[in-house]
Design a protein around this ligand. Structure first.
Ligand code: 5GP
Ligand code: MN
Length: 341
C-alpha cells in the first residue's frame, strides 16, 4: 500500500509496543538522524524503540542524542540484542532506503520478521517490500518526510528538543547544509518549528561539517593534490583511495565523507566520481557519484556500477581491482560524453 497520508497517529503505531527502526548500510546523517528522531518520538509516546543499522556509522555523527543506544549488526557484541529486539518487535520502521538489499546483512532478519513493516523514505522508485510505503522523492531527506508527517498531525510544535535536533541534522546532512536539493520553501517552515523547539543549528553545523580529524584534513589535501584526475573535456573529476593509502593516513570509516563533493567547486565541473576501496570487503570498490545540474548520477550508477540513488548523488559498487574500476569509470564517462561535453 502506498500511503501518502500520515501514519504517525495510525493504529499501526498506536497498537505497537516494541518497535524496531532500521536504516541503510553505511548509514549517513539522514539515516541516523531520521531513525533516532523516530526513536525519541516513539519513546515519548511510551513505546520501546530500538534503532538497528547494518554497519558502523561515522564518528562525526556520534554527538547526536541517542547514538549510544544504536545496535550495529556487524558488531558481534550486539548480535544477541539485535535478535531479541527483532523477535519481540510488533512494528518495524525502515528508513531512508528504497530497496531491501540496502539493509545488507540485516535484510534477512528484517524480511523474516512477522511484524508489519513501514517504509519512510525519499528515494526514487521504492520497491514494494513493506505493508505501508511512505515515499516522498520530492523531499530533501527522510528527516523532511518525518517533519511533514508530524506537521500534518499538528505535532511539530510538541516534539522534544532531541527529536528536533535529529530531524534538523538529517535534513542538513542530505542537503550539504542546505546548499543543494533544498529550494522548496516548506523546508524552512519546518526548520522554523525546529528552531522554536530550541535547537542550536549553528552548533549542529559545526558538529557535522566543521569538525575533522587531523588525519582527515591531511588525507583531503593529499587526495586533491595527488589522486584527483580532472578530465577537462568531460567536466568530470575522478578521485581514488585504496586501503593502503587509508592505512598510511590512519583513516577511519567516515573520514572520507563529503570529499567527493569538493571537485565540483571547480568552475564548470559537472560530475565527480570517488572510487573507494571498501574497508570491510577488500576487493570491492565503493563508488560515490555527485553531479551539478541535470547530469543523472542515478542512471550512471545503475547502468555501470550496480547502484543507484538520487539524480545528483548516487553510489554503487564493483567487484574488481582499483585499476579495473578506473577503466570502467572511464568507459561510463565516455558513454555519457554527450551530456558531459
Ligand atoms: P554515498 O556516495 O554517500 O555513499 O551515496 C550517495 C547516495 O547514493 C546514497 O544516499 C544512496 O541513495 C545512493 N547509494 C549509495 N550506494 C548505493 C548502492 O550501492 N546502491 C544503491 N541503489 N544506491 C546507493
Ligand atoms: Mn536520505
Amino acid at each position: 500500500m502506498n500511503c501518502q497520508l500520515s501514519i504517525i497517529n495510525s493504529e499501526l503505531i498506536e497498537r505497537s509496543s516494541h518497535v524496531v527502526i532500521c536504516a541503510h548500510v553505511n548509514p549517513d546523517g539522514d539515516a541516523i538522524g531520521s531513525a533516532l528522531a523516530l526513536k525519541h518520538y516513539l519513546e515519548r509516546r511510551g513505546k520501546q524503540a530500538t534503532v538497528i543499522v547494518p554497519n558502523i556509522f561515522p564518528d562525526f555523527l556520534k554527538w547526536m542524542p541517542g547514538t549510544d543506544s544504536i545496535l550495529i549488526h556487524t558488531n558481534a557484541k550486539h548480535q544477541e540484542k539485535i535478535k531479541a529486539a527483532i523477535d519481540v518487535a510488533d512494528l518495524v520502521i525502515v528508513c531512508d532506503l528504497n530497496q531491501p538489499n540496502r539493509l545488507a546483512g540485516l535484510e534477512e532478519a528484517i524480511m523474516q520478521s512477522k511484524a508489519p513493516r513501514v517504509l519512510i523514505d525519499h528515494h526514487l522508485d521504492p520497491a514494494d517490500f513493506c505493508q505501508v510505503t511512505i515515499s516522498h522523492p520530492e523531499m530533501c531527506a527522510t528527516g523532511e518526510v518525518i517533519c511533514h508527517l508530524l506537521h500534518q498531525q499538528g505535532e511539530l510544535d510538541d516534539i522534544s528538543i532531541d527529536e528536533a535536533i535529529c530531524l534538523y541534522a538529517a535534513m542538513m546532512c542530505d542537503t550539504g547544509a542546505f546548499s543543494f536539493n533544498s529550494n522548496r520553501p516548506v523546508i524552512y517552515e519546518y526548520i522554523s518549528h525546529l528552531l522554536a523547539r530550541g535547537i542550536d543549528k549553528d552548533q549542529i553545523y559545526r558538529n557535522v561539517f566543521w569538525t575533522a580529524s587531523e588525519a582527515r584534513l591531511r588525507l583531503q589535501g593529499y587526495l586533491l593534490y595527488v589522486n584527483m584526475k580532472v578530465l577537462h573535456d568531460r567536466h568530470t573529476a575522478i578521485m581514488t583511495l585504496t586501503n593502503e593509502q587509508r592505512r598510511l593516513f590512519k583513516i577511519k570509516n567516515g573520514d572520507t565523507e563529503g570529499i567527493v563533493n569538493i571537485p565540483l567547486q571547480i568552475l564548470g565541473m559537472r560530475l565527480s566520481i570517488f572510487i573507494n576501496e571498501d574497508t570491510e570487503h577488500p576487493g570491492t570498490m565503493k563508488l560515490s557519484l555527485r553531479s551539478v545540474g541535470d547530469f543523472p548520477c542515478d542512471q550512471m550508477a545503475s547502468r555501470f556500477f550496480n547502484g543507484g540513488g538520487h539524480k545528483n548523488a548516487s553510489g554503487g559498487k564493483l567487484q574488481c581491482t582499483m585499476e579495473e574500476a578506473i577503466t570502467r569509470v572511464n568507459a561510463a564517462i565516455d558513454t555519457y560524453a554527450d551530456l558531459l561535453k
